[in-house]
Design a protein around this ligand. Structure first.
Ligand code: SAM
Length: 271
């Protein structure tokens, strides 16, 4: 990943050529020219008003895909600090995007929810794979940047819903409707207080036969969630990936584990 000059930006045509190789059955995304200009300008104006911006280019390991990610540019004058969590590019989001990009047909046509999309790195991969995507985050800034980044990279944007999963709103459950066949979440657990609300939420919004893909870099709260789910009978298939990207907070391992968690009822039905 790196900050590069705009001249590095791939043309829309060459990006589409790479998406086609990724996912031969994908319908052609809108070209930059055919993205609704008023929507793009509306989002860009909202985002620009939040402060200075930067553009990073993120290579998805194991693929030849590079994502163009607009994010807040935060300058600190009094020592190292961090911007909002949603405004960083996290190894788990990149790894989850890579997992999707390597096997995109798995998401094609599925009703998918991403919890805590941040800047939208994983959301870009899910939309490129053909998912019918909803993203949900407590921070309106995350939802705006995610919408702009998906528009920029894929030409379409997900449905967005603002929700704190400690206190999910009626609007959120209205959007969830009959539920999702897949819930994605990358590095969304750094607080123990989120563990029980998140399990309850996922249990409520997974459609029958649905699954949760959780990417996590070894933080204690995430491991607590996985342990709790296993104890309650969820089936967990996990794969570990070495991240090429350092963690912005640099306190956890550079290994990201992706858990594919199925609820007990789905496991019993399989048996
Ligand atoms: C560390 S960031 C990860 C962002 C992205 N998934 C990635 O990997 O780059 C965590 C995300 O979860 C969201 N989040 C954390 N706690 C939340 C809560 N209780 N309700 C809703 N969103 C939350 C944050 O706003 C942020 O977008």
């Amino acid at each position: 990943m790196g900050e590069r000059s705009p001249s590095h930006l791939q043309s829309r045509k060459s990006l589409w050529e790479r998406i086609k190789r990724w996912h031969p059955g994908a319908s052609r995304p809108a070209s930059r020219d055919s993205i609704c200009p008023s929507r793009w300008h509306e989002l860009h104006a909202v985002i620009q008003a939040t402060g200075p911006l930067r553009v990073d280019y993120v290579d998805l390991p194991g693929t030849d895909v590079t994502l163009r990610i607009t994010r807040p540019y935060t300058v600190y004058t009094d020592g190292p600090k961090f911007g909002p969590y949603w405004g960083e590019i996290w190894p788990s989001g990149v790894i989850l995007a890579e997992v999707i990009a390597r096997d995109p047909h798995v998401l094609l046509g599925r009703r998918v929810l991403e919890l805590g999309p941040g800047l939208g790195v994983t959301a870009v991969a899910a939309l490129q794979a053909g998912a019918d995507l909803v993203v949900a985050d407590a921070r309106p800034g995350s939802l705006d940047f995610c919408a702009l980044n998906t528009l920029d990279n894929v030409g379409i944007e997900p449905k967005t819903v603002c929700v704190n999963w400690r206190k999910p709103s009626r609007e959120f459950f209205a959007v969830a409707g009959e539920g999702f066949s897949l819930v994605l979440a990358a590095d969304v657990l750094y607080d123990y207080e989120d563990v029980e609300p998140l399990i309850t939420l996922v249990e409520r919004i997974l459609a029958p036969g649905g699954e949760l893909w959780l990417a996590e870099p070894g933080r204690n709260a995430a491991q607590d969630l996985v342990k709790t789910m296993r104890k309650r009978g969820w089936h967990d298939e996990e794969d570990a990936y070495t991240s090429l990207l350092p963690d912005p907070h640099d306190r956890v391992k550079d290994v990201v584990t992706v858990h594919r968690l199925c609820p007990p009822s789905a496991t019993q039905n399989q048996g």
